[in-house]
Design a protein around this ligand. Structure first.
Ligand code: SAM
Ligand code: SF4
Length: 475
């Protein structure tokens, strides 16, 4: 990794964040709507798998004629197929505890919300939750925490280790990501040593003034400490990071450009961009004051996802069950590559008997309540391979390697075969008979399309070994 300490210093110690709000606002204000020729020029760079500059991204955002917007949308679709194929990676969030010292005004867990019902899972409860998730078929989790002195790096590392240790039937969690408040460098080393996959944290809003308004107290009120979290993570050797913004706090255009700027910063300083970007929209939450929210319309949201897809061709885009089923299904076409399924936000909710949402026990209200089983049926029906692959992380293909391998031929050699192998494991171990039937039809059709004879034979042989009970035969 190309760690250049000066980047960290510029961003942090000298108090000059790399995000310059005035510069971003200026670009948005002064970028005129491009004509179709210019839009095509920009799109051709994306389709050539080059990341777009802030200026180019701003031009796509400024496009306002039906023709140019249509062109952007269909290019996003094409790029999605080209880079990611027809696989969709599945995961589930696991909330460990909702104690929180912060007061983020949009969040049900905020310290001033007296209606919030607080709970932290005990070690044995974590085991029960992970068993329930494994029994549903999950292989990849993201553990989520409020910010609290009792959820320090040691504790988080401890919960990650517990999660990896749970083996139920053929089930195991092969990749544990975390979404937790930022650590100092030592803290990041501690969670890295526990074997985390991606370290995910959202800046919420990159606008410093707005940030102050929505984060009035607690450690999270320090904008710069949060902004430089990934720099400290990189210094600690974590090169697999997930950026994000919370849409509904300010102008989505500002946040989108800031995400590009943050991506540039990581690439320039460490030679590696983010593994994923998330862009949740604010949902209803316990005691939420809706008047403070600037809603992002569905149309703007869809456009934003398409532009982001074009702007960062190799970064995974995550869309969670916050969004309604129909919108999620359509955004998969325009660029989303990872989704959660069978999600329960209530702490202890995976192993609990009740499935009804209780807003005071959850961070926010969920829209898409489909089970993992229902989601796989839907993906199969729309021609997408449900993937439970965790191979890159486990084979050390993360960070700069991820970028390096995300070049020509990589998907054919690794991603599609691994998606098929992990999907086959799911079908054998967890699927309903009809899903199993449809799923194997899909797998067989995909295998037939593999043009390299040796590869095709090797995949077919691994698939029959999975049918006979072997597991974890990843490339
Ligand atoms: N507590 C840690 C933090 O704030 O960094 C961990 C993340 S928090 C549990 C997960 C994310 O949920 C937040 O970063 C925020 O973007 C999002 N979130 C909070 N309130 C939300 C709401 N009402 N609707 C949708 N997403 C929300
Ligand atoms: Fe706490 Fe995170 Fe919610 Fe803020 S977003 S109140 S830090 S849990």
């Amino acid at each position: 990794m190309l760690f250049k300490p000066q980047c960290y210093k510029i961003a942090d110690v000298k108090g000059k964040p790399f995000i310059d709000a005035a510069e971003i606002e200026d670009i948005i204000q002064h970028t005129p709507s491009p004509d179709i020729k210019r839009v095509r020029d920009i799109i051709s760079r994306s389709l050539d798998c080059q990341r777009l500059s802030m200026q180019e991204t701003a031009e796509l955002m400024a496009a306002n004629s039906p023709d140019t917007i249509k062109e952007i949308m269909s290019a996003a679709k094409e790029l999605k197929r080209k880079v990611y194929g027809n696989r969709i990676v599945l995961f589930a969030p696991l909330y460990i505890g909702n104690n929180c010292i912060n007061n983020c005004s949009y969040c049900g867990f905020r310290s001033s919300n007296k209606l919030a019902i607080r709970r932290t899972l005990s070690d044995s409860e974590i085991v029960r939750e992970v068993e329930a998730l494994e029994d549903a078929g999950h292989k990849r989790l993201i553990l989520v925490y409020g910010e609290h002195p009792s959820y320090d790096a040691e504790y988080i590392a401890h919960t990650v280790r517990i999660t990896y240790g749970v083996k139920h039937g053929n089930g195991e969690i092969r990749r544990v990501n975390i979404n937790a408040a930022p650590f100092d460098v030592e803290g990041f080393r501690t969670v890295k040593n526990a074997g985390i996959g991606t370290y995910q944290i959202f800046q919420e809003t990159y606008h410093p003034e707005l940030y102050k308004t929505f984060h009035p107290s607690g450690r999270k009120s320090d904008y710069s400490y949060r902004l430089t979290a990934f720099d400290r993570a990189m210094e600690a050797g974590i090169d697999d990071v997930g950026l994000g913004v919370l849409l509904g706090l300010g102008d989505w255009r500002f946040e989108l450009l800031a995400l590009i700027r943050h991506t540039n910063h990581l690439e320039a300083c460490y030679g590696v961009g983010p593994h994923t970007i998330s862009f949740p929209r604010i949902q209803n939450a316990s005691s939420l004051n809706r008047k403070t929210i600037t809603a992002v319309s569905d149309d703007d949201f869809i456009r934003m996802v398409a532009i982001l897809r074009l702007a960062v061709p190799y970064t995974g885009l995550i869309l969670t069950a916050r969004e309604p089923a129909k919108l999620r299904d359509s955004l998969i076409e325009y660029g989303v590559s990872q989704i959660d399924a069978g999600t329960h936000l209530e702490i202890g909710g995976y192993s609990a008997a009740t499935t009804e949402q209780n807003i005071h026990k959850e961070q926010f209200q969920l829209s898409d309540e489909r089970s993992l089983c229902e989601m796989t049926d839907k993906l199969i029906a729309s021609g997408h391979i449900p993937s439970f692959c965790t191979a890159c992380y486990r084979k050390g293909r993360t960070g700069e390697h991820f970028m390096e391998f995300s070049t020509k031929g990589f998907i054919k050699r690794f991603c599609t075969p691994n998606a098929l192998l992990t999907f086959a494991e799911y079908l054998e171990d967890y699927a309903a008979p009809e899903t199993k039937l449809e799923g194997w039809l899909m797998i067989n059709a995909e295998v037939e399309q593999i043009d390299d004879d040796d590869r095709r034979k090797d995949i077919a042989s691994r698939l029959s070994r999975i049918k006979s009970g072997e597991r974890d035969l990843l490339y």
